[in-house]
Design a protein around this ligand. Structure first.
Ligand code: PLP
Length: 394
């Protein structure tokens, strides 16, 4: 190969590499957070933002909480990871603390790394137990993007043909008649439900619906899976949102707030399931560093009574919102609040972000999702409400 040819090939390779970049699947705000504390983040320009989005419902105890930072740093100095083929007492400590705080002391815990993975394992376990494969899910549900989780997600736009092989029936939320009809066929492995639908725009399931669903599932040996990935871990003002209905699902999937930003997910599993070697498994799930993060979260939730704070601050937030104009509907519980805006306020989220420096979440049909850290204070809610009023009354 001549020198010329060689340099040409080298150049074209370099050009191709330069054409690359992060796979472009997210719509980005041009803001780069570099520091965070409590309910605030700061960007490269030193601008301080109020976080009413919790980084997509993930920040539970507040950004960079000192106890969380300390436990993670201490753990890094000791051991970050070893495989699931050795004893890891941190997993036991996490299970005990989670059981105590959530009221599920008799449930066992399986750890993984994300919400989708948690649901994937929940569905698999339900299918193992019942020997069946049909799953009932609800219209507008979101359960994640892995193969089973996306099959029970009601959004064809994000399903590849590869994901189409599952037997899933979508029913209207809160329609018990439709569920009873579907249960006539004795072929259902599981029902999966978000006790408060998140991505759909914050729609709580009715209390009676959840109760009747539990009864029907118990009567027919169908596994009830509560997807508490977004609405759980204190966000609703109870540890789990389904606890408003006093029900006990067979499997509860958790992630998001569990690690306050460190990737960790899991399922809480009823004693009616028997573990068998090799039934479930993962390389990274339940690693030392992830457990340290999740333990720190539970410590702070307990010490600072954050579940009750979420309940109180959620009520305060909804009361304050009731005095605002531009709102068609307010939905949700605790610090999981959906604000459906009048059409003329469609651009409000961007205005709050770029003019008032407040992050909020969104959902279709002009819904603003408020998902601040569970440690949010009245003063911080007042800042948000003032900005909201300013933007809607101009
Ligand atoms: C209710 C619910 N389930 C599952 C998931 C998927 O979680 P992850 O993105 O961690 O896979 C999400 C994420 O937004 C969610 O809101």
């Amino acid at each position: 190969m001549s020198n010329n040819q060689e340099s040409k090939e080298l150049n074209s390779t370099t050009e191709e590499i330069n054409k690359g970049g992060y796979f472009n699947v997210y719509s980005l705000w041009d803001i780069e957070p570099v520091k965070a504390k409590g309910c605030n983040v700061w960007d490269t320009k030193g601008i301080k933002y109020l976080d009413f989005y919790g980084g997509h419902a993930v920040i539970s105890i507040g950004h960079t909480h000192p106890h969380y930072v300390q436990l993670l740093k201490d753990q890094i100095d000791k051991i970050v990871f070893y495989s699931n083929s050795v004893v890891n007492r941190l997993q036991d400590e996490l299970r005990e603390k989670l059981g105590e705080l959530s009221g599920y002391i008799d449930y066992s815990l399986f750890l993984c790394n994300s919400g989708a993975e948690a649901n994937e394992n929940a569905l698999k376990l339900a299918s193992f137990k019942t020997g069946k494969k049909k799953v009932i899910a609800f219209n507008d549900a979101f359960h994640g993007r892995t193969s089973g989780a996306i099959a029970v997600t009601d959004n064809p736009a994000i399903q590849a043909p590869f994901n189409n092989g599952h037997e899933v029936v979508f029913l209207p939320l809160n329609d018990m008649g439709a569920v009873e009809e579907a249960f006539k066929a004795d072929d259902i492995a599981a029902v999966i439900i978000e006790p408060i639908q998140g991505i759909a725009g914050i729609f709580p399931a009715d209390i009676e619906f959840l109760q009747q669903l539990e009864t029907l599932c118990n009567e027919q040996g169908v596994i009830l899976i509560a997807d508490e990935i977004q609405c759980g871990y204190g966000r609703s003002g109870k540890f789990f949102a389904h606890q408003y209905a006093n029900i006990k699902p067979d499997i509860i999937s958790i992630a998001k707030g569990m690690g306050n930003g460190f990737p960790i997910g899991g399922i809480l599993i009823s004693p009616k399931f028997e573990a068998k070697e090799g039934l479930l498994g993962t390389t990274f799930g339940g690693n030392h560093l992830a457990c340290a993060a999740a333990i720190a979260v539970l410590d702070v939730m307990k010490d600072e009574d954050l579940v009750n704070n979420a309940a109180e601050m959620g009520t305060y937030l909804q009361d304050q919102l009731k005095g605002c104009i531009g709102i068609k509907a307010i939905r949700g519980k605790g610090l999981m609040v959906g604000v459906e805006l009048e059409p003329e306020y469609a651009g409000l989220r961007n205005k709050l972000l770029f003019e008032n420096h407040i992050f909020t979440g969104g959902a279709k049909n002009n819904v603003m999702r408020l998902l601040p850290p569970l440690s949010i204070s009245k003063d911080e809610i007042d800042i948000f409400i003032q900005a909201f009023k300013k933007q809607t009354q101009q």
